[in-house]
Design a binder for this molecule. Structure first.
Ligand SMILES: Cc1ncc(COP(=O)(O)O)c(C=O)c1O
Ligand SMILES: [Zn+2]
Length: 377
């Protein structure tokens, strides 16, 4: 791997790379990983071409190859369809082993935890991140402590338990669940790996941008549509694009179009588009209103000349039905992208003849009853 630093984005201080860090304790700053002299390299010389999975990018990941061999995921397919004169490329990340894009971030985080000889991780999520962390913890023989809201669906709890996760149920909002998980880290000798903060998670997710570049060529991609809540997906894709740019690999920067759930749209709000009055019930994976990386998220949208949309349940329902009819068996949270595409075309953020990538982030298989009750109506 190219040597890297972990830096606090608030004060710029460098943090140790030989111990697990997820936040700068001194000032609560979020952390970012930067590779030394990346701009002097060409992508071509950094790739491990014998692999068509995440190991291909080992030189630009903060973990050694040995620790990715256990579960070398990646290279999800892209399917192209025409929609109202626009060429849409669907990136099928819901096909990753635990059923969402979160596998990328969870795998790199767990592999790093293994490298640092960590035996217990702590994460807060009732949904896809919890399942992804539990799955890779199982594969890497690490104890997973997952903090979830007490009212999380029983099916999700059963799934997490089947993956040997230790469940901690917390009464209260999603933010209270987060605080409980962070408190537990102080009391137990575990590592908090929560995707809201953890910089290794973003490193895993950035491989999405590298794959899209290798599969399509980012120079011809005009926009990328990403469902957004804590921002790990948005920031991962943004980081990948900016690294490719710094290597001179691309000259164009696609617009990042973030999509949020109405009523929980903190990023849209910060950008001046409001939160949305109706509170979405269907987009259950997009309910974070205090993302710690909000400043970075605003920057990612602004720097790429992108935008942000919030979507109501009626639009989620329509999106889910349309995507299923195209053969994309995604979950409601993931289906918000359809309404965003329509809005972007009608507002001419996306124009006829352009190429748009849509990340399909989560599988409908984990909540089949709910999904079928929507798509059958
Ligand atoms: C299916 C799906 N898509 C998108 C997101 C949003 O990701 P992030 O929290 O990284 O913004 C989530 C988050 O849970 C999700 O489960
Ligand atoms: Zn700091």
């Amino acid at each position: 791997m190219v040597r890297y630093d972990i830096k606090c984005l608030r004060c710029g201080e460098k943090l140790p790379v030989k111990t697990w860090v997820w936040r700068h304790d001194k000032d609560n700053g979020t952390l970012s990983i930067t590779y030394r002299g990346l701009e002097k390299h060409e992508l071509n010389e950094l790739l491990l071409k014998e692999y068509m999975d995440i190991r291909r990018y080992i030189n630009i990941l903060p973990v050694s190859l040995k620790y990715l061999n256990i579960a070398p995921i990646g290279f999800t397919p892209i399917i192209n369809k025409k929609f109202r004169g626009v060429s849409v490329f669907f990136k099928l990340d819901y096909l990753l082993p635990s059923g969402s894009f979160k596998d990328r971030g969870a795998l790199v985080s767990i592999a790093k935890a293994k490298e640092l000889r960590i035996k217990r991780i702590i994460e807060d999520s009732s949904g896809n991140a919890g399942v992804a962390f539990s799955l890779y913890s199982l594969l890497y023989n690490i104890e997973a402590n997952i903090f979830i809201p007490a009212d999380a669906p029983s099916g999700k709890k059963a799934l997490l338990k089947s993956l040997n996760a230790r469940l901690h149920e917390v009464q209260g909002s999603r933010e209270e669940v987060n605080r409980a998980a962070i408190d537990f880290e102080r009391r137990s000798r575990g590592a908090y790996v929560g995707h809201w903060w953890n910089p290794f998670f973003i490193e895993g997710v950035k491989t999405l941008a590298y794959e899209i570049h290798e599969q399509l060529g980012l120079d011809k991609v005009d926009s990328i549509i990403v469902p957004t809540s804590s921002g790990s997906l948005l920031l991962g894709v943004f980081k990948g694009i900016m690294e490719l740019k710094s290597m001179g690999e691309i000259s164009n920067i696609p617009k990042l179009i973030a999509v949020q759930a109405s009523g929980y749209a903190r990023l849209c709000y910060e950008l001046g588009y409001g939160m949305g009055a109706e509170k979405s019930k269907l987009a259950d994976g997009l309910r974070i209103v205090e993302p710690p990386r909000i400043g970075e998220m605003v920057l990612a949208v602004r720097e790429t000349k992108g935008t942000c949309y919030h979507v109501i349940d009626e639009e989620v329902t329509e999106g889910l039905k349309r995507l299923w009819s195209m053969g994309f068996l995604v979950e409601p949270t993931s289906a918000v992208v359809y309404a965003a595409l329509k809005k972007a075309i009608s507002e001419k953020v996306v124009e006829k003849g352009e190429n748009v990538v849509i990340i399909l982030t989560g599988s409908g298989a984990k909540m089949l009853d709910k999904v079928l009750s929507i798509v059958r109506t």
